[in-house]
Design a protein around this ligand. Structure first.
Ligand SMILES: *Cc1c(COP(=O)(O)O)cnc(C)c1O
Length: 428
């Protein structure tokens, strides 16, 4: 009985927490079985409540790009904890944080800190709407931008489908302002702009989609979004909550050479503490309060603990780090791919530096939501549970990316490829 304590904790959790968890994916509904409760983590290794250890490819869903218990961050947080936990008033730390972001991401001239990725995208959407005085926004199917009302919307079919709420509680009258298009479909975007361009306040997208597995942008897709939003005076928002400071020092916008008007950040910039940020051109950012009329605020925004963690994180990430991260991701994904081929398991692996995903499908490629959804989820779930039993923790959902960190060394990479080899062998 490997998971006795986790099972007991989950039973207890259900009595006082809805579904036993504070975020739905943690409940293992996608893969079945009982969630693992963790107690500690160091480097690439997680330890659960039963004392089992795992190589971690979730990394708290992205923030842990330096691995767990990264000393510079832990030290900075400890030191800050003895100074002040919160003032609700300005600190120099917030300036340092903003300067670190602005110097790394050239499209950001001014940046405002918030407390989650959801807050960042919600605020960026309000800003885009307020700035353009237009209500409609475009998002893409399979892109996740947090759970605010305007963004929790999916498409029906067709090029111009008015949004339907993805969840009870989201008013249809609000959701109808969100137009959802297929990811990587530049022609769909062109058609919507040709018919409704002057009503579009903003386009929000993940420049590498990471929430339907990992799907890089097709050549020309980001460029088309940039050209159309400029032509129609609409605001282009890159949601880099996942990709920011992951795929490279300047995020996906640097990797692909396309600059948005606004960028949202989160995850890595908090170093594991709850943080988000949104920033961009001064002409737009100055429209928010107190310089402008568009309201946005936060009691704990710019929290000193979170700023210390984020600053320590950003200062630890140099060009060499990203080169190594890219190499590791490539070695790992190519190793897994080769072993799948040997066992004749149809598998598409998509990857960019620091993130990847496995789609069990015989398709040649996975470029959007429909492709991802058509992959064999039962196979992923089998893979997930077999890997878990082998001491390797992948995301408990077929549609989440896996994350590589600086703490994954050759030993972890080899062990993961060897475990995948055994699992693929038992699939045939
Ligand atoms: C995680 C994520 C969010 C939401 O961030 P939270 O901190 O969970 O609110 C938004 N956008 C993207 C691209 C994300 O990956």
């Amino acid at each position: 009985m490997k998971y006795v304590q986790s099972d007991a904790l989950m039973q207890r959790a259900r009595h006082s927490i809805p579904g036993g968890v504070n975020s739905p994916v943690r409940a293992f509904k996608g893969v079945g079985g009982t969630p693992i409760f963790f107690v500690s983590a160091e480097g690439a290794t997680l330890t659960d409540a039963d004392g089992n250890q795992y190589i971690d490819f979730v990394g708290s869903w992205g923030p842990m790009i330096q691995g767990h218990s990264f000393k510079p961050i832990v030290d900075a947080v400890k030191k800050q904890a003895t100074t002040s936990l919160s003032f609700g008033a300005p600190t120099e730390l917030e300036i340092t944080m903003a300067e670190r972001v602005v110097e790394r991401i050239p499209s950001i001239e001014l940046v405002r800190m918030v407390n989650s990725g959801t807050e960042a995208t919600m605020s960026a959407i309000r800003l885009a709407r307020g700035f353009t005085e237009r209500d409609k926004i475009i998002k893409f199917e399979g892109c996740y931008h947090g759970h605010s009302d305007s963004l929790l919307v999916k498409a029906g079919s067709g090029v111009l489908t008015l949004g339907l709420p993805d969840s009870p509680g989201v008013p249809a009258t609000l959701a109808q302002h969100t137009i959802t298009l297929p990811y990587n479909d530049a022609n769909a975007l062109i058609q919507v702009f040709e018919s409704h361009g002057n009503e579009i306040g903003g386009v929000i997208l993940e420049p590498v989609a990471g929430n339907m597995g990992c799907i890089p942008p097709a050549p020309g897709f980001l460029e088309t979004a940039r050209r159309l939003t400029s032509e129609y005076d609409s605001v282009l928002i890159f949601d880099e909550v996942m990709t920011g400071f992951r795929v490279g020092p300047g995020g996906a916008q640097e990797l692909y050479g396309v600059e948005p008007d606004l960028t949202t950040l989160g995850k890595i910039i908090g170093g594991g503490l709850p943080v988000g940020a949104f920033g961009g051109q001064a002409s737009i950012m100055n429209q928010i309060a107190p310089t402008g009329p568009i309201y946005q605020a936060g009691t704990l925004s710019g929290n000193p603990l979170a700023m210390q963690a984020g600053i320590a994180m950003l200062e630890s990430l140099d060009v060499t780090f990203y080169q190594q991260l890219a190499n590791k991701t490539q070695r790992l994904t190519q190793g897994i791919k080769a072993t799948a081929q040997r066992h004749q398991i149809p598998l598409v692996i998509n990857y960019v530096p620091g993130m990847f995903s496995l789609y069990f499908t015989s398709a040649d490629e996975v470029t959007g939501y429909a492709d991802a959804a058509a992959s064999n989820v039962d196979r992923y779930n089998f893979f997930f549970h077999q890997m878990l039993d082998a001491g390797i923790y992948f995301a408990p959902s077929a549609f989440e990316s896996a994350f590589v960190s600086g703490a994954h060394g050759s030993a972890e990479i080899s062990a993961t490829i060897a475990a995948a080899d055994r699992v693929f062998g038992s699939m045939t």
